[in-house]
Ligand binder design. Structure first.
Ligand SMILES: *[C@@H]1O[C@H](CO)[C@@H](O)[C@H](O)[C@H]1NC(C)=O
Length: 122
């Protein structure tokens, strides 16, 4: 128990010492996918919202998107596949608390996870 407390205090001190690292990470990129209810060429459409839940802007946001396909065209300036990763908003900055939306149509939906970003001004 005491050991656990010490570990928690150590983490807290480390956080205060390196604020930026603790305030912002890839974990602050939240990705929500909801079914829009529409069908495109027989495939269900999915609305994706990517939000930067960080107090700093993040750019070069990359999501894992292995095997990503869609029958609905997605604006490459918003989301473009490049191998097994996809680049968001052409590598531009997503401001603090801002989100971007796009939709695609495929069955089943893809598990999109953040795999990289550059954090600004933390
Ligand atoms: C999905 O996105 C479309 C286009 O932006 C929008 O019109 C629709 O309301 C969204 N649906 C849901 C369930 O979020």
């Amino acid at each position: 128990m005491a050991g656990l407390m010490k570990a928690l205090v150590a983490i807290l001190v480390l956080c205060l010492a390196t604020r930026g690292l603790c305030d912002c990470s890839l974990n602050n990129i939240n990705i929500g996918t909801v079914r829009s209810g529409r069908e495109i060429s027989g495939q269900p459409e999915w609305n994706v919202t990517v939000t930067n839940n960080c107090r700093c802007a993040q750019s070069q946001i990359k999501l894992s998107c292995m095997g990503f396909q869609t029958v609905e065209s997605v604006d490459p300036l918003i989301f473009v596949k490049n191998g097994d990763t996809c680049l968001l908003i052409n590598g531009n900055s997503l401001e603090a608390s801002a989100s971007v939306h796009f939709s695609y149509a495929w069955d089943p939906p893809f598990l999109l996870l953040p795999v990289g970003s550059v954090i600004h001004g933390c």
